[in-house]
Design a protein around this ligand. Structure first.
Ligand code: ADE
Length: 235
């Protein structure tokens, strides 16, 4: 999987991609992430990338020329044919595991990070294939959302996670939230690890975990619980 990121703030990506699983995935060539600074492509003599909105209103809008030229550069350099171009915006479809699974099948994804009051609509009409939001709240830009997509999609690529971690993936497929986990010590500040987890009886442990998952999902995410019930009926 190759990610190509268009941003005004390239350095935001450095730290995250240089640690832990992302770093390993890049080193092992399971993914690549190329970052392009939109400002480098501005034809304005002051490298301006935004302007006042036609029709008035607060804030600035990102102009189409630098974004289009960045896109054109990425497409030509990598010989891309009709690539997915994801624009991160609070107006987009809300990201979830199903969207992540589907995007993980792509070979190339271009991520467009917006700033200010948004980008000129003509860019969206011309090049964007998917508008995605990471939740119903507004951030200052699309960089954190882009990193969230890169992280979530990368861990679905074969070989990025270890075998055990990949197995964990299975549980979210059932729409259930994860059961509580405990490790050593057996007692911490007077609080004991549930006996069943120390019993060695795997049938009982599985039952306990499933019940906890159902309890937590019902309490916190009745919307997910409805899906669980619907899926069970169809089995
Ligand atoms: N840019 C600003 N807020 C955002 C959000 N919630 N999701 C995606 N991109 C954004």
């Amino acid at each position: 999987m190759r990610f190509h990121v268009m941003t005004l703030f390239p350095s935001i990506f450095d730290a995250y991609l240089n640690e832990s699983m992302m770093k390993k995935a890049i080193e092992n060539k399971k993914i690549s992430v190329d970052i392009y600074n939109i400002r480098d492509f501005s034809k304005n003599k002051h490298k301006k990338v935004d302007d006042y909105p036609f029709g008035g209103g607060a804030g600035m809008v990102m102009t189409p020329q630098p974004i289009y030229d960045t896109y054109d550069h990425i497409v030509k350099k990598n010989n891309l044919k009709n690539p997915k171009v994801v624009y991160l915006t609070p107006k987009g479809k809300v990201f979830n595991q199903t969207i992540a699974n589907s995007l993980s099948k792509e070979e190339d994804i271009i991520l467009l990070c917006g700033h200010y009051e948004g980008i000129d609509q003509r860019i969206i009409d011309l090049i964007v294939t998917d508008e995605i939001s990471i939740g119903d709240y507004v951030l200052t830009g699309g960089e954190l959302p882009a990193l969230i997509l890169i992280d979530c999609i990368s861990r679905l690529i074969p070989g990025v996670l270890g075998k055990e971690e990949s197995f964990m993936e299975e549980s979210f497929k059932d729409n259930l939230l994860e059961y509580p986990q405990y490790t050593r010590p057996r007692e911490f500040m007077g609080m004991k690890v549930p006996d069943v987890l120390l019993s060695g009886n795997h049938k009982l442990i599985d039952e306990w975990r499933k019940n906890k998952s159902i309890q937590i999902t019902s309490e916190r995410r009745p919307d997910l619980m409805k899906k669980v019930i619907k899926n069970d009926k169809n089995k």
